[in-house]
Design a protein around this ligand. Sequence first.
Ligand SMILES: [Zn+2]
Ligand SMILES: [Zn+2]
Length: 187
Amino acid sequence: MEKIKRIDDITLIPEMIGEAGIENEVTISPEAMTGIFKDMDVTVSKPFDVHYVVEREKDSDTICATVDVRGEIEASCSRCLEPIRHTVDLHLKTAYLPALPDMSGDLEAERSSSETGYYRNIIRLGDYIVSELGLSLPLRFICSEDCKGLCPGCGANLNREECRCETAPKDPRMKKLMDLKDKLRRK
Ligand SMILES: [Zn+2]
Ligand SMILES: [Zn+2]
């Protein structure tokens, strides 16, 4: 069995793939996964599982891959900042066609869609999985659709506590305004 430490390491040699196909299941350590999400404010504490099946279409140069990716990411809710767990359960399916002569060396960039990619002497399945994984994540994590977030005035987590702005205004300008209001009311 080949040693796969990172998702990017998943590559295949087209000549080695017959109609019977290749099936493999690899476990990627949390450390290696964290590298993939380095630009995001997330952590990974459990290993990811990647299962893939790669087959050649009958009498054809077309190679088909199906991939399942399972794991968990820890992030913070962008509204209330509470820690949340985001489950990754990705099912990918892509075909690989022989590259055209005028295509660049970076065949992952030459993809016509997430379902159609190209190969020369190697199939970089791992690079495809990494980019699809990135695309599958939300731009902002939220703990729930109706998360009320933090009060911008007092910082109270409005999901579980009352806003304290009314009783103890933090902003001195607000306090003056309230005093003035009181005075006017008393007149
Ligand atoms: Zn939240
Ligand atoms: Zn408040």
